[in-house]
Design a protein around this ligand. Structure first.
Ligand code: ZN
Length: 338
């Protein structure tokens, strides 16, 4: 598959008991630092054999609830009171996280997007090397992977979990069970694959995977953070790593939904200023106006009204008003029949 050895060296020993904070040393020779490395933080918390979980945050650097929740969790866990192992990447694409950006500033455009870099390349760009390490070292040695996203700088989401169906129906059922326990208001099953993202890399290895879309707009949502912190405790208890936390109540049952295809998305047809004509949480019908694109630089020109292409619930909305042709303005979800 992708068997070349990673050039990244871990300061932590994944087979050792206790709590270890360290860095993944990604060799990066630059004008300023000839023998330097990029220090990607990693935490390993282990107590004997047992279930193995990988928690990923900062896959996109401008999505913050995950980055906060997993570092709080790491500091809070007493390794003597758990079983198995949790490996945590709180800022998986560190250069992107430090810049507060979706993508790494070390690379142009899409090449700096960790969630479009799988399965990665052991001698590629820093982002490709991180993807390769996650795939060949961390995904190869875990049972579960949870990847905490939000909408980032350009999108805002109703707090949701996201998963893909596995080839094995028992694994799909297991993932649905975890999304119900997590307790976000919406549990979305994605139909469309992004072939080079972490979810697909996890499925290729037959892992139990769950992602989130928690808030967005480059902010931290208090509501989304509370949902994440409680959900994380519940699923880590459920998989057998942590004892039940008496401070965490039962989950609210999520609305089970799917994102079924390209017609769930609305895109801008022109450069201009986006006026939303619907909001998050609205139930809309196909043909209904979704937004108008205005041209303040050419005031005589009528705005273009963009419709929704189908019925559904508005779960995601663009944040910045300034918009280019091809930018996503909204996406919908629909209730699962099952
Ligand atoms: Zn993301």
């Amino acid at each position: 598959m992708n068997a070349q050895a990673s050039r990244i060296a871990a300061e932590v020993d994944y087979a050792r008991d206790g709590k270890q904070y360290g860095f993944l040393r990604l060799p990066f020779s630059t004008h300023e630092s000839a023998y330097g490395w990029i220090p990607i933080p990693v935490i390993c918390i282990r107590n004997g054999a047992g279930p193995r979980v990988l928690l990923v945050a900062g896959n996109h650097g401008d999505e913050y609830e995950g980055q906060i929740a997993v570092t709080k969790l790491a500091r809070a866990i007493d390794p003597r009171k758990m079983s198995g192992r949790i490996v945590i990447l709180p800022a998986a694409n560190l250069p992107a996280a430090l810049a507060g950006r979706r993508t790494s500033p070390l690379e142009p455009g899409e090449r700096g997007n960790l969630n479009r870099a799988f399965p990665g390349d052991h001698r590629g760009s820093p982002t490709a090397m991180i993807a390769h390490y996650i795939d060949t070292v961390l995904l190869a040695d875990t049972d579960y992977v949870f990847d905490f996203h939000s909408g980032g700088s350009s999108l805002l989401y109703i707090p949701s979990t996201e998963m893909k169906r596995a080839e094995d129906p028992a694994k799909t059922a297991r993932m649905i069970e975890l999304t119900k326990l997590f307790g976000a208001p919406i549990s979305c099953i994605g139909i469309t694959d992004i072939p080079d993202n972490l979810a697909v890399a996890a499925r290729r290895r037959g892992l139990i995977h769950m992602g989130t879309e928690l808030g967005g707009g480059g902010t931290t949502s208090l509501d989304a953070l509370r949902i994440l912190e409680a959900g994380l405790r519940r699923i880590l208890h459920h998989v057998g790593i942590l004892a039940a936390d008496p401070g965490v109540g039962a989950p609210q049952p999520p609305r089970m939904m799917e994102v079924g295809g390209p017609d769930y998305y609305v895109y801008s047809p022109e450069d201009g200023v986006f006026e939303p004509l619907a909001d998050l949480g609205d139930t809309v019908a196909g043909g209904q106006p979704a937004g108008a694109i205005h041209f303040p630089d050419n005031p005589a020109r009528e705005p273009i009204v963009v419709p929704f292409l189908r019925d559904g619930l508005v779960v995601c909305k663009r944040v910045p008003a300034r918009t280019k042709r091809g930018d996503c303005l909204f996406h919908l979800a629909t209730d699962l029949d099952a």
